[in-house]
Design a protein around this ligand. Structure first.
Ligand SMILES: Cc1cc2nc3c(=O)[nH]c(=O)nc-3n(C[C@H](O)[C@H](O)[C@H](O)COP(=O)(O)OP(=O)(O)OC[C@H]3O[C@@H](n4cnc5c(N)ncnc54)[C@H](O)[C@@H]3O)c2cc1C
Length: 222
């Protein structure tokens, strides 16, 4: 089933990422963490659907997205960064593998944090605290970190931000087995989302720690 939405507002989140707010369409239901296929209703772009993940909860009045633009792709996300209030999109779905399965270690790379936002917000609303959950969030630079202040303000959530490039107040650190071991035990439930090379490296590290596939909840952003 598809739904047409009108953009209410668009605000920058980082230098290349925007927060987009739409009215929630009637009859559209989804689980926090699931994605939709989004089409811009703009000449020449209608057929180019791309997957994105609402960061709002199903019972909220708005449907909101946090979307990173890649201008070098000459693709849909570049166009999304240029949208303005009143522009229209069509969404299809929902679909996706990530949903709330309990507290755990949420390991994200870049825009792969968006399903985590939805699940963490749901858990916070349902339980009042994220005690027992950790967010491990990897980015290229400190300026690429989406929603850092919002994550740090989430009651009970342990946050560990790491970056590839030096500069800023965040450790320059890869998501290796030895790094992840301080947050992850063999029985930990691990949510994993990011670009395919990051997913492969982290999955391997988690296996080395002893985490079995049935404790992994994952979706790649590729
Ligand atoms: C389930 C799911 C949920 C997602 N949710 C979100 C979300 O909530 N927020 C978010 O920001 N992202 C999310 N993503 C990622 C998002 O879907 C992609 O960033 C988006 O599809 C990229 O679209 P694009 O048209 O801009 O670029 P692409 O579709 O990657 O590329 C468009 C064109 O550019 C070319 N191209 C591709 N890579 C390069 C390159 N490196 N250099 C030059 N040209 C290139 C391609 O060949 C193509 O012709 C999600 C992905 C999945 C799978």
């Amino acid at each position: 089933m598809s739904h047409e939405l009108t953009l209410k507002s668009i605000e920058p989140v980082t230098h290349d990422t925007h927060h987009l707010v739409f009215d929630r369409p009637e009859g559209f239901d989804f689980e926090p963490g699931q994605g939709v296929e989004l089409h811009l209703l703009k000449d020449g772009w209608e057929d180019e659907g791309r997957p994105f993940t609402p960061v709002t909860l199903p019972d909220e009045d708005t449907l909101e997205f946090v979307i990173k633009s890649y201008p070098d792709h000459d693709g849909v996300t570049e166009q999304i960064g240029k949208m303005s209030a009143g522009d229209k999109v069509r969404i299809k779905g929902p679909f996706g593998a990530i949903s709330d399965e309990g507290p755990g270690v949420f390991i994200a790379g870049g825009a792969g944090v968006t399903p985590m936002i939805a699940v963490l917000r749901k858990r916070l609303r349902d339980h009042g605290t994220l005690e027992g959950s950790t967010l491990v969030f990897a980015n290229k630079t400190v300026d690429d970190i989406i929603w850092r202040d919002k994550f740090e303000a989430m009651e009970g959530l342990t946050c560990a931000f790491v970056v590839d490039e030096p500069g800023g107040d965040v450790p320059q650190q890869r998501l290796t087995r030895d790094y992840l071991r301080q947050f992850v035990e063999p029985e930990s439930r691990c949510y994993l989302c990011g670009p395919p090379p990051m997913m492969d490296a982290v999955r391997e590290a988690l296996h080395e720690i002893g985490v079995k596939d049935d404790r992994l909840i994952e979706e790649d952003m590729g």
